[in-house]
Design a protein around this ligand. Structure first.
Ligand SMILES: Nc1ncnc2c1ncn2[C@@H]1O[C@H](COP(=O)(O)OP(=O)(O)OP(=O)(O)O)[C@@H](O)[C@H]1O
Ligand SMILES: [Mg+2]
Length: 275
């Protein structure tokens, strides 16, 4: 469904800073109906790679194909139309504050070229229904909780009936319970509508809960890939620290008294990092 071929994205130099290659020679195939996770530390290039998929960020080189369309071969008008196939949600929700939940969704439909106002209304109502927010249709963003805002954002992305949903850190502003509910909605729309999902996150739990396939990014490159099955079956031998963390039981902190710790040099080194 999504095919990235040798995608490289370099940002031009600015004053006081040389050029930055945020994505370097990434090739990635995401099958139709799959949930692809992309995980990595801050600055690894995850958001840039995600934005390469709908050409919000045009790659410096390489090819991007979504469905049958090679997006990198399109002009502005063709690209605008092709983007209707691709919904996107963000960490910060990006809702328009002076529009209600329903109006936010209707606006997306307007951008997607749905001319008939009554049709926009009906489809916005349907989309809000999918995320169980019919009761909040006339609420403004300021009157909604973080989780509700993110569900409006999901409804907005779904309303134009995209085949692909791109999610950039969709849960990192949410508490664990709300995160679980938002992930459940994403899993539901993936299952019910067969939407292909790409989710970028630095949260290991999100990857574990949702992704079918995982790509680990470091310094603009995909340095490791595996399937969720590999994590479960124990057959996966991780090569990266993120991979190792994913197969481990989570965060572990050494809380032995300092005198028990073999080498104080180690703590010294840690302190050095903290400073
Ligand atoms: N528009 C831009 N202009 C210049 N440099 C940029 C731009 N966008 C991103 N970068 C740089 O590209 C690199 C990758 O950024 P990106 O936002 O893709 O990382 P990320 O993995 O999403 O990080 P985070 O987890 O913090 O969101 C960083 O070094 C960043 O400073
Ligand atoms: Mg990012």
């Amino acid at each position: 469904m999504i095919s990235l071929r040798h995608v490289t994205t370099t940002f031009a130099a600015t004053r006081g800073r040389g050029p930055v290659t945020a994505v370097y020679d990434v090739s990635l195939e995401v099958g139709r109906g799959r949930i692809q996770g992309i995980i990595g530390f801050s600055g690894a290039g995850k958001s840039t790679l995600l934005r390469n998929i709908n050409l919000l960020e045009r790659p410096s080189s390489g090819e991007v194909q979504v469905g049958d369309t090679v997006l990198t071969g399109l002009g502005d008008e063709g690209l605008r139309r092709a983007r209707h196939q691709i919904g996107m949600i963000f960490q910060g929700f990006n809702l328009v504050n002076n529009l209600t939940a329903a109006q936010n969704v209707e606006l997306a439909l307007k951008f997607a070229g749905v001319r008939d106002r009554a049709v926009r209304r009906r489809r916005a109502a349907e989309a809000l229904e999918i995320v169980d927010l019919s009761g909040k249709a006339s609420a403004y963003p300021a009157q909604l909780s973080g989780g509700q805002k993110q569900r409006v954002a999901i409804a907005r992305a779904l309303a134009p009936e995209p085949e692909v949903l791109l999610c950039d850190e969709p849960t990192s502003a949410l508490d664990p319970f709300t995160t679980a509910s938002v992930l459940q909605y994403l899993a539901d729309v993936n299952r019910e509508f067969g939407i292909t999902v790409v989710i970028v996150t630095h949260e290991m739990e999100v990857i574990k809960a949702l992704a079918d396939d995982v790509a680990v990014m470091e310094d603009g490159r995909v340095v490791e890939r595996f399937g969720a099955q590999d994590l479960l079956s124990g057959s996966f031998d991780p090569a990266t620290s993120i991979g190792r963390y994913l197969v481990s039981d989570g965060i572990s902190v050494d809380r032995r008294p300092a005198t028990d710790v073999e080498s104080t040099a180690q703590s010294e080194a840690l302190l050095e990092v903290v400073r």
